[in-house]
Write a protein that binds this ligand. Structure first.
Ligand code: CA
Length: 233
């Protein structure tokens, strides 16, 4: 029995039914909400493990719902956006959403996102909340105290910027980080959003980290959005 409780926030009945039927089939527990105010109420009274949130709601803007929930909760939020809402999706991630699904999505995509987020939840309950000084993911190990990263126990020779980038991704494992979030956290907000430089640093980091840089195992690219560190078994 899957004990994960999911709050499904979607005003479109057909999509809500598709999601809840999928959840039922895969033994997830769920609650539903049809608008933003219901979502906030359900989230505060039932404390779900994961929130699936449609951004286009009839009453409150989805991004506003995220801001309110984030003021008291770290519950992972996966936003559901229409293709025309690309900027909304990025704004949602910048305001604390963890991941996104773009409509129309398949049942497989939905389940894949839930698996990634469930792994992130498991990590949040262990590594991050236990405030461990060492991060381990597959063959990658980052010793935050020593300021060193290792792959298969061999030290990675990273520049200070590459190391900062790697730590940011590790500390947010499972979350999609936007370009803006990454540049602000690595270089500070004064740094002009220089995507070309970020791509160069990411490419050199990957060359050192990934055995097959063309099919990366650790750092996933989200074209037009940002990057994510994946949990590797
Ligand atoms: Ca909608």
């Amino acid at each position: 029995m899957n004990k994960t409780l999911i709050l499904v926030v979607e005003d479109d009945l057909a999509i809500r039914n598709l999601i809840t039927t999928t959840l039922k089939t895969h033994d997830y527990k769920f609650l539903t909400a049809q608008n933003g105010s219901e979502a906030i109420m359900e989230a505060s009274s039932h404390n779900p493990d994961i929130i699936l949130l449609d951004l286009g709601l009839p009453d409150i803007d989805g991004v506003e719902v995220i801001k309110q929930i984030r003021s008291w909760s770290n519950t992972p939020i996966i936003v559901i956006s229409a293709r025309s809402e690309d900027t909304d999706k990025i704004e949602a991630l910048d305001n604390g959403a963890d991941d996104y699904l773009t409509k129309p999505f398949s049942v497989e995509e939905l389940l894949a996102r839930l698996r990634v987020t469930t792994r992130r939840l498991a990590m949040m309950q262990t590594d991050i909340f236990a405030n461990q000084s060492v991060f381990i993911n597959g063959k990658l190990k980052v010793d935050y105290v020593a300021g060193c990263a290792y792959l298969c126990d061999d030290e990675l020779h990273l520049t200070p910027t590459e190391y900062k980038l790697l730590c940011l991704l590790c500390k947010n494992v499972g979350r999609v980080l936007t370009y803006t979030y990454i540049t602000e956290n690595v270089w500070g907000s004064n740094w002009n959003n220089d995507l070309a430089s970020l791509r160069v640093f990411m490419a050199t980091l990957r060359k050192k980290l990934e055995s097959l840089p063309d099919s990366p195992q650790y750092i996933q690219t989200h074209i037009g959005v940002g990057y994510r560190m994946l949990r590797v078994e």
